[in-house]
Design a protein around this ligand. Structure first.
Ligand code: HEC
Length: 464
């Protein structure tokens, strides 16, 4: 952020190779400990549609209106340096005092007298977490890894990765993966590890060029995070990689991840060091079809009277819960994300799509939908539709101008610029209601979400 800002605001020219060396040096010597980045990884991972949870009300109003709060929380400074940052903002962006949430309070007095003290206490330059982390020896990621991942709109995948160390903190990686529907997904690329745990990969995954923003766990045996398309970071997937041969064995995925009472299916359990009989809870009978240490395939049948539950799944003495659901009926559907934005595109700025998913739930013991004991069944195929959300949207007929909803829940916005076909020749922004309809054995269960189709983002620094 610092180096890019010096370039954008002051024209500092640094050749790419030297910039890489500086970023590496600064990250390794003045970085953040894993525990310090953990709550804010969404901004590094460029996760779309996150609604932030801001721990301090004053800081939320003062500092998280133009950019994320995560950007603030990923810098550690003492009060005098936070004060300089307030000065920097007031000097570079003088309109900062006139915006809503600024003109209705004495912004500069708060920014110069209160904020530096609050932030200096919450996010001080020296922390015990960093002192402890920076003196630890760092893991070597070379080895064989079991991989599970999921790309919204496409589905889950499993497989293996081979990581080879090419020089200090640099690796070559190759993936041998498979989507749950059987489609293969191969990949090769390279990565640099900053600060001992910040994995930044550049990989050709299938036909896509993707960037990986992963964190290595403190014991060096798990790598997890999000990858996204190099040119469209709203599209991507979640990944967890677990080192083969690490002392504790793990079940990482069950596919399909749910089974309806009275139904039968072939189910694959994926993990590391799998060995022994399979159990899918008290209401499911299983018959093994094949097995190796990564993958056990069984024929499973849920009893006619099976209760909706997320049973413990076990293979021998390795077990887990939360990866598999048995259900009687789909009682409710939630659209995730419940609130999303897309951005019109074209010319120099590509459109930003919005990917929705339909998540099915069964009612818990209280027999009511939308309560804390609901049982999450998982992402299900759905029919997708959009409609005008508000009276204004209706008057402007947004639904016929803002873009198109595809059959996998992907909303693709329309082109940018004034549209002569529209009332007032306005642009193709809009507000839409999103509906997912899941078919559960002939019953239709609907879920609702909201989409704001808005304008381009012109200012896009590395940490939003
Ligand atoms: C008027 C909008 C606005 C407000 C309000 C705002 N910022 Fe910023 N902030 C910016 C801009 C613009 C940048 C420069 C990078 C960019 O272009 O996004 C920036 C950059 C930063 C950076 C990165 C600086 C670097 O090292 O390069 C931090 C940290 C930050 N702001 C913290 C804060 C804090 C703390 C507050 C509250 C006192 C605050 N911001 C309020 C607009 C704002």
């Amino acid at each position: 952020m610092n180096i890019i800002r010096m370039y954008l605001w002051h024209g500092v020219q640094i050749p790419a190779r030297e910039r890489h060396v500086m970023v590496k040096y600064l990250s390794d010597t003045q970085g953040l400990a894993p525990a310090e980045t953990a709550p804010y990884r969404y901004i590094l991972e460029r996760r779309p549609n996150v609604v932030e949870d801001i721990p301090d009300e004053t800081i939320g109003v003062m500092c998280a209106r133009c950019h994320s709060y995560a950007r603030v929380a990923l810098q550690y400074r003492d009060a005098d340096s936070w004060l300089k940052l307030s000065h920097m903002h007031a000097g570079q962006i003088p309109t900062i005092e006139y915006h809503a949430l600024a003109r209705d309070r004495d912004w500069w007095v708060i920014a110069s007298k209160e904020v530096p003290g609050i932030l200096g206490k919450m996010l001080p330059m020296k922390t015990s977490a960093w002192t402890a982390w920076s003196s630890r020896s760092k893991a070597n990621m070379q080895g064989a890894w079991a991989v599970v991942g999921r790309r919204p709109g496409r589905g889950a995948y499993t497989g293996t990765a081979t990581i080879t160390r090419t020089s200090e903190d640099e690796y070559a990686i190759s993936y041998d993966l498979q989507y749950d529907n059987g489609a293969p997904l191969g990949g090769v690329g390279t990565s640099i590890v900053y600060t001992g745990y910040e994995w930044r990969g550049a990989v050709k995954l299938g036909d896509d060029f993707v960037n990986e923003v992963y964190a290595v766990s403190e014991d060096g045996n798990t790598i997890s995070g999000r990858w996204f398309l190099e040119n469209a970071d709203e599209s991507g997937g979640d990944v967890t990689m677990v080192r083969e041969g690490a002392t504790s064995h793990q079940i990482l995925a069950v596919s399909p991840a749910y089974l309806r009472a009275g139904e039968e299916a072939e189910i694959t359990i994926f993990g590391t060091g799998l060995n022994g009989p399979v159990k899918l809870g008290p209401d499911v009978t299983v018959q093994e079809i094949s097995s190796d240490s990564n993958r056990v395939v069984v024929r499973a049948k849920a009893g006619d009277h099976a209760k909706s539950a997320r049973p413990q799944v076990s293979v021998g003495d390795t077990s887990t819960t939360g990866l598999f659901t048995v259900y009687r009926t789909v009682d409710s559907v939630k659209v995730e994300p419940g609130f999303a934005i897309s951005r019109v595109g074209g010319g120099t700025t590509p459109a930003v799509n919005a990917q929705f998913e339909a998540v099915a739930f069964a009612n818990g013991a209280d027999g009511e939908a939308g309560t804390a004991d609901d049982i999450r069944i998982g992402v299900m195929p759905a029919e997708w539709s959009v409609a005008n959300l508000t009276d204004v949207a209706k008057a402007m007929d947004d639904v016929n101008h803002s873009g198109q909803m595809l059959s996998n829940g992907l909303f693709v916005p329309a082109v940018a610029g004034p549209n002569p076909q529209r009332k007032f020749q306005t642009n193709n922004a809009g507000e839409l209601a999103v509906t997912a309809t899941v078919n559960d054995g002939g019953r239709q269960v609907k879920g609702q979400g909201t989409l704001v189709a808005t304008v381009q983002r012109w200012n896009d620094p590395p940490i939003r």
